[in-house]
Design a protein around this ligand. Structure first.
Ligand code: NAD
Length: 504
């Protein structure tokens, strides 16, 4: 029996003020199952008026929520944590159905999202301010952090459960009301999370979910009551979100795309490096912003490494995420699959060697949007497969002569999301950590997504804004500081003093 009875309607509505609400734009789009290519639901797209209703609900619920005791907020988040943990299988099934990733991978995504809820349960501690007694005679100074009001989140298709949790757990814990606009390709996990938050005791209106496309996003970016926008998605859209929302006076963190390099030094354990390259290159069909896209093979390591990668590729089981033995599922849409496949032809035209062409694998001919893993060798900067984010199961190998050439390539790349070094030399790893211009670094760890009590974010074109997402920087993003200078003098000693206040 599927676990989706009652949680996966065929027509998906908005979630406003604690209940479902129909879209009024008259526009809608299909939600597909990428493993079958079939439409599983119809999604109504928000009009500007739909967004406005969600923002109004958030604004009126936000007053009381902000005044709610921290221990009560923490209690609700803890109950939510328990509900997400108990229903992780159902959330994962929704993710598998609309995104295509494997069940195991979807469960991993939920587990990483859950970490963020656990972090937010500690909000009384996280919001503790600073206090200075006797900053001047009889004068105390202290800083408090207060919520912003109504904040919004716009999320991508590839982590339908985790990325909404990255944002909403901290935003709500800090005392804000939240408007979420999930990807129109994978909307159901957000709806289910909203129901679970209601069951956990979150007052209606504190979390609202509106669905749709650019029209909904544009209204969020211009709405005067929305004070901050968190975004995760592709770099061109991230840049647009950042520029538009900051122009409208909002605080913004906009996380974009990636081109993650894995550097393999000659002293690395080749078998371990090959395991890592294959896991991080082809897991989730390469549709992870922290996926490894480029292997930089230093000196003599290349041939042995490529042989070890190829041996592992041939054993990857490609199939629907709902099959327990599938290790890699389909891509998100037919158009995206075709775009990724076209990179292979372009790479060959531009002088690279397509060492493994996934299109020739029978798994690619399955119903749905499949493309088996591919490997491109002798890749160089200037080739399209190197210069663009592919976001599919294609690994490129660049052969470099030494560390200096490798670090030069990584640092010249316009993206700076994640990177990894594989070596047995601690000194080399430390030098890499010092030199590399990338926000998240793995040392013998191929997908270095920080745990929830650190913060997530790339550099350069992988993040627009000042603060990284979730963790301590997430709390900072969703609050603003207020500094209070206070004294309780004897009124009898009071006098006029036109001079600038000084410490006495
Ligand atoms: P996307 O940019 O197409 O869409 C992301 C969100 O923006 C969706 O909610 C979508 O509806 C909305 N959107 C799309 N086009 C828009 C437009 N023109 N104007 C306004 N809003 C628009 O991204 P995607 O395809 O859903 O996700 C994949 C991308 O996200 C990849 O580039 C990947 O690297 C990136 N990503 C980055 C991170 C990170 O943490 N840096 C994490 C996950 C995914």
């Amino acid at each position: 029996m599927s676990g989706l009875e009652g949680v996966a309607p065929s027509r998906i509505l908005h979630w406003v003020n604690g209940q479902t609400a129909a879209a009024t734009s008259g526009r809608s789009g299909p939600v597909m199952n990428p493993a079958s290519g079939e439409t599983v639901a119809e999604l109504g797209f928000a009009s500007a008026a739909d967004v406005d209703r969600a923002v109004e609900a958030a604004a009126s619920a936000g007053h009381e929520w902000r005044a709610t005791a921290l221990s009560r907020r923490s209690e609700i988040l803890f109950r939510f944590r328990e509900l997400v943990a108990r229903n992780r299988g159902r959330i994962a099934e929704l993710i598998v159905r609309e995104n295509g990733k494997t069940m195991n991978d979807a469960l991993g995504e939920v587990a990483r999202g859950l970490e963020n809820v656990e972090f937010a349960c500690g909000i009384p501690h996280l919001l503790k301010g600073g206090y200075t007694e006797q900053a001047s005679r009889g004068v105390d100074v202290y800083q408090i952090r207060q919520p912003l009001g109504v904040v919004a989140g716009i999320t991508p298709f590839n982590f339908p459960g985790m990325v909404p949790l990255w944002m909403l757990a901290n935003a709500i814990a800090c005392g804000n009301a939240f408007v979420l606009k999930p990807s129109e390709k994978t909307p159901s996990a957000s709806m289910y999370l909203a129901e679970l938050l209601q069951e956990a005791g979150l007052p209606d209106g504190v979390l609202n979910v509106v669905h749709g496309d650019k029209a909904a996003v544009d209204r969020i970016l211009e709405h005067p009551r929305i004070k901050a926008v968190s975004f995760v998605g592709s770099t061109p859209v991230a840049r647009y979100i950042y520029e538009t929302a900051t122009r409208n006076g909002k605080r913004v963190q906009a996380l974009g795309g990636a081109k993650n390099h894995m550097l393999v030094l000659p002293d690395a354990d080749i078998e371990m490096a090959a395991d890592a390259a294959v896991s991080a290159g082809y897991g989730a069909a390469g549709e992870r912003c922290m996926a490894i896209s480029v292997v930089l093979a230093v000196g003599s390591v290349a041939d042995a490494l490529i042989a070890a990668i190829r041996a592992r590729m041939s054993r990857i089981k490609v199939g629907p995420g709902s099959d327990a033995d599938s290790e890699m599922g389909p891509l998100i849409t037919r158009e995206h699959r075709d775009r990724v496949a076209a990179q292979l032809d372009r790479a060959a035209e531009q002088g690279a060697t397509v060492a493994v062409d996934g299109r020739k694998d029978p798994a690619t001919n399955r119903k749905g949007f499949f493309l088996a893993p591919s490997l491109i060798d002798h890749v160089k900067p200037g080739m399209q497969c190197y210069d663009q984010e592919i976001f599919g199961p294609v690994l490129s190998v660049v052969r470099v002569k030494d560390y200096a050439e490798a670090i030069g390539l990584i640092n010249e790349n316009p993206f700076g999301n994640g990177t990894a070094i594989f070596t047995q030399n601690g000194g080399a790893a430390r030098q890499f950590q010092f030199d590399v211009e990338v926000g998240m670094v793995g040392i013998n760890v191929p997908i270095p997504v920080p745990v929830a009590y650190y913060s997530f974010g790339g550099w350069k074109s992988s993040l627009f804004g000042d603060l990284h997402m979730y963790g301590p920087e997430g709390v900072q993003f969703y609050t603003r500081a207020k500094v209070v200078t206070s004294r309780w003098p004897d009124p009898a000693a009071s006098k006029v003093d036109l001079g600038f206040p000084q410490v006495r």
